[in-house]
Design a protein. Structure first.
Length: 168
């Protein structure tokens, strides 16, 4: 979704990774969990920290710092998992995003969001829906449906199918 497809006022959940502030549309957020422990999955990519049991469902947890080329997330009192819903081929998939801290929910008008810069960011710009600004802080607004690749989504689906087969 490009900036031009954003209309009206939308609410965004902001979270911190290192010194940077990111945001995702609250419509994609299911819940926010305290970061306790995750079960590591053998042969999974480094940025996939493992899986959690969320009311009987297996939910993969991705370290967003590693996903975006930063250092591994260290556990602090503020570290948490943002459980998000990602759309892939008409299907909603639940993913946990490990972040340094959740900041706040706030509203932005469409005219307050600028297109992502073509240079000067370490993220691939297809992940970025736009750039917002709150007070004097720039906020990178993510398109959560594009943060994860087709291969990652497919492996998540296969993990769920294996878990379902094992419990059947």
């Amino acid at each position: 979704m490009s900036v031009s497809s954003i209309n009206g006022t939308r609410q965004y959940l902001t979270f911190q990774l290192g010194e940077e502030i990111f945001a995702i549309d609250v419509a994609n957020v299911r819940e926010i969990l305290e970061f306790n422990s995750v079960t590591r999955v053998p042969k999974s990519p480094e940025y996939m920290r493992g899986v959690i049991n969320l009311r009987g469902s297996v939910v993969p947890v991705f370290d967003m710092r590693l996903k975006f080329g930063m250092d591994r997330t260290e556990r602090t009192i503020n570290t948490c998992i943002v459980v998000v819903e990602v759309s892939y081929e008409g299907e909603d998939i639940i993913i946990g995003a490990l972040v340094d801290s959740v900041q706040e929910v706030f509203e932005l008008e469409a005219d307050q969001i600028e297109p992502a810069p073509k240079i000067g960011t370490h993220l691939r710009t297809e992940f970025i829906r736009g750039m917002g600004k709150k007070d004097e802080t720039f906020i990178i607004i993510l398109d959560i449906d594009k943060v994860f690749s087709i291969e990652e989504i497919t492996s998540i689906q296969e993990m769920g199918e294996e878990k379902a087969a094992a419990t059947a």
